[in-house]
Design a binder for this molecule. Structure first.
Ligand code: HEM
Ligand SMILES: *[C@@H]1O[C@H](CO)[C@@H](O)[C@H](O)[C@H]1NC(C)=O
Ligand SMILES: *[C@@H]1O[C@H](CO)[C@@H](O)[C@H](O)[C@H]1NC(C)=O
Length: 327
C-alpha cells in the first residue's frame, strides 16, 4: 500500500471514529456495560445483593418472583422497568395484563432496593430496569451457586410509558405449543437454545392452578402420579389460585426441572413442549441440561444477558425516582 493510500485510510478511519462519537443520534441507548455504576454509585451492586439475600431469607420464593419480573419486563417493549409502573386513574400499566394479574410479585422488594441504593448514592442514579436485571442474577446465584453469578450488563433507563396490550400479546402463555413458543422467542431475537435454557427459570418458584388446569385434565404426555397430584390441588372449578411448585426443588436452581421434563413431569403444558420424546434439537438440549449443571449455568447466564439486552422501544427514557411511577 502506498503512503498516500495509507494516509487516506487513516483519515477515513478517524472520520468514522469521530462520527460514531459525536453523530450518534441515540446517545441514551448506548451499549450496556458491566461497570456502569463503578464510578457513579460503587455501592449499588453490593446493596442490591444484600437486600435480595435478606428478602430470600425471609421468603424463599422471592428469588423466583424477582427472576420472573425481569423476564416480564424485558419481553414487553424491552427491559425498561415498565412492568413496575402502578395503574392510576389516568394511567394503565402492565400489572393488570392477563399474564401478570394475581401473578407477578416482588414489588415491595424492588422498592426497598431502590430506596437503599438511592440513599447510598445520595441521588437517583440506578434505573429500575437495571435493578430488575441485577436482582434476577442475584436471585439465581443465591439459589443456584457461584456458577450462576454471570456478569450483568448495565446502563438501562426507565420508560415513561407502559402497555397492557403489549404485555397481553408479547408474553408467552402456558398453553402455547412448541412452534408457538419458538416463534414467540424469535420475535424477541431469541433462539431455540435461549427458549430451552431460559425456561429453566422454572427450576424455582410456584404456579397457580389456572395455569396448569388444562394440562392436569387434558394432556396425555403427563406422568400419572403428577397428573393425580395436580388434579388434587386444582379442581375443575374453583381453587384457581392454589399453588404447586414448578419442579420438585422450587427453592434451588438445579437440573431437577430438566430431569422432570424427560419423565413427562413438566408442570406447565409449555414446559413439557420442550421435551416431546421425538429427540429433536429441543429434546437434546433438555437432556444436556438435565445431565450437566455447568452447561445449564453457563448457557443460562449467556441467554439472560441476551434477554437483558432487549432494548427499550420507548425513546423518551429517564431514571425513575420511584419505580412505581414516572418522574
Ligand atoms: C417459555 C415461556 C414461558 C411460559 C409460557 C411461562 C409461564 C409461566 C407461568 C404460567 C407461571 C406461573 C404463573 C402463575 O402461577 O400465575 C410461571 C412462573 C414462573 N416463571 Fe415462567 N414462563 C415462561 C418463561 C419463563 C422465563 C424465560 C423465566 C425466567 C428466565 C421464567 C421464570 C418464571 C419463574 C421464576 C416463575 C415462578 C414465579 C414465582 O414463584 O413467583 N419463566 N411462568
Ligand atoms: C400449534 O398451534 C398453532 C396455533 O394454534 C397451530 O396452528 C399449530 O398447528 C400447532 N402446532 C402443532 C404442532 O400442534
Ligand atoms: C379439555 O378439553 C376440552 C375439549 O377441548 C375442553 O372443552 C375443556 O375445557 C378442557 N378442560 C380443561 C380443564 O381445560
Amino acid at each position: 500500500m502506498g503512503s498516500e493510500n495509507l494516509r487516506y485510510s487513516v483519515v477515513v478511519l478517524l472520520m468514522l471514529c469521530l462520527g460514531t462519537l459525536f453523530l450518534n443520534p441515540t446517545p441514551t441507548s448506548a451499549q450496556l456495560t458491566p461497570d456502569f455504576y463503578h464510578k457513579i454509585c460503587p455501592q449499588a451492586l453490593p446493596i442490591i445483593k444484600s437486600v435480595v439475600r435478606t428478602a430470600i431469607k425471609r421468603e424463599r420464593r422471592m428469588g423466583a418472583s424477582l427472576l420472573r419480573l425481569h423476564f416480564h419486563d424485558c419481553f414487553v417493549n424491552g427491559c425498561d422497568g415498565s412492568v413496575l409502573l402502578d395503574d392510576t386513574s389516568t394511567f394503565t400499566g402492565e400489572k393488570t395484563a392477563l399474564p401478570n394479574i394475581n401473578s407477578i410479585r416482588g414489588f415491595e422488594v424492588v422498592d426497598q432496593i431502590k430506596a437503599a441504593v438511592d440513599k447510598a448514592c445520595k441521588r437517583p442514579v440506578v434505573s429500575c430496569a437495571d435493578i430488575l436485571a441485577v436482582a434476577a442474577r442475584d436471585s439465581v446465584s443465591i439459589l443456584g451457586g457461584e456458577a450462576f453469578n454471570y456478569q450483568v450488563l448495565l446502563g438501562r433507563k426507565d420508560a415513561r410509558t407502559a402497555s397492557r396490550d403489549a404485555a397481553n400479546n408479547n408474553l408467552p402463555p402456558p398453553f402455547f405449543n412448541f412452534s408457538q413458543l419458538v416463534t414467540n422467542f424469535q420475535s424477541h431475537g431469541l433462539n431455540l437454545k435461549d427458549l430451552v435454557v431460559l425456561s429453566g427459570g422454572h427450576t424455582i418458584g410456584l404456579a397457580r392452578c389456572t395455569t396448569f388446569r388444562a394440562r392436569a385434565y387434558n394432556d396425555t404426555n403427563i406422568d400419572p402420579t403428577l397428573k393425580a397430584q395436580l388434579k388434587a390441588v386444582c379442581p375443575l372449578t374453583g381453587g384457581d389460585n392454589n399453588l404447586v411448585p414448578l419442579d420438585a426443588t422450587p427453592n434451588t436452581v438445579d437440573t431437577t426441572y430438566y430431569k422432570a421434563l424427560m419423565n413427562k413431569k413438566g408442570v406447565l403444558h409449555s414446559d413439557q413442549q420442550l421435551f416431546k420424546g421425538d429427540w429433536g434439537d429441543s429434546d437434546k438440549l433438555v437432556k444436556l441440561y438435565s445431565e450437566d449443571g455447568y452447561a445449564f449455568a453457563r448457557d443460562f447466564g449467556a441467554s439472560m444477558i441476551k434477554m437483558g439486552n432487549l432494548k427499550a422501544k420507548d425513546k423518551n427514557l429517564e431514571i425513575r425516582v420511584n419505580c412505581r411511577k414516572v418522574n
